[in-house]
Design a protein around this ligand. Sequence first.
Ligand code: HEC
Length: 114
Amino acid sequence: MQKFNRFFFMIFNVGLVVFALSTGLSFGEDPNPELVAKGRELFNAKEGLGVKFACIMCHKGAKAVKKAKVEALGDQLPSVINKYIVTKGKGKEIAPGSPEMQALIAYIKLEHSK
Ligand code: HEC
């Protein structure tokens, strides 16, 4: 009986350590700081996207893109970003799978939107 309990106590502790490590890793750090930084750069300057008006011109402070909107858009986010690149930024659409689009999405989701 004693051995039996010790065995389960050990398994429980191993479980605790694994849990602590995994939550620490997923909540403690930004999943991809470089991608977010690239997206921030693209959002704040017109050169990277080849637009005439940078996103930040209109989405500053209280005008930041809303987190709830981003969540509601879900998979539509890339096409909506492209819509604003064209209609507001006066630039050309970028490929939905491009590194630039992935960076913009990461930045908008993880840092920009409130
Ligand atoms: C000339 C101003 C202007 C520029 C430049 C601009 N936007 Fe917007 N954007 C708006 C307006 C206005 C809306 C509509 C929502 C609102 O009224 O706040 C909007 C909405 C959005 C939305 C949808 C979320 C929502 O609140 O409806 C996203 C995503 C977005 N913009 C991303 C971008 C990105 C990325 C860029 C840069 C490529 C950009 N915008 C450039 C003015 C602009």
